[in-house]
Design a protein around this ligand. Structure first.
Ligand SMILES: [Zn+2]
Length: 53
């Protein structure tokens, strides 16, 4: 196996694990409508530029 294939395989594994980890959070936020507070990074993403609410 070449190094490139090895790297691609690792990327796929990491993406799969990330999805598995993120799924419970997505389900929790899909089932609950209340605000989790300003500290919840999912309800209040800090990476995105500020928008008017
Ligand atoms: Zn939240």
């Amino acid at each position: 196996m070449s190094a490139l294939e090895y790297a691609i395989g690792w990327v796929l594994v990491v993406i799969t694990l990330a999805l598995i980890v993120a799924t419970p959070f997505a389900l929790v936020h899909a089932r609950t409508t209340h605000d989790h507070g300003p500290d919840c990074w999912w309800c209040h993403p800090h990476l995105l530029p500020r928008k008017k609410r």
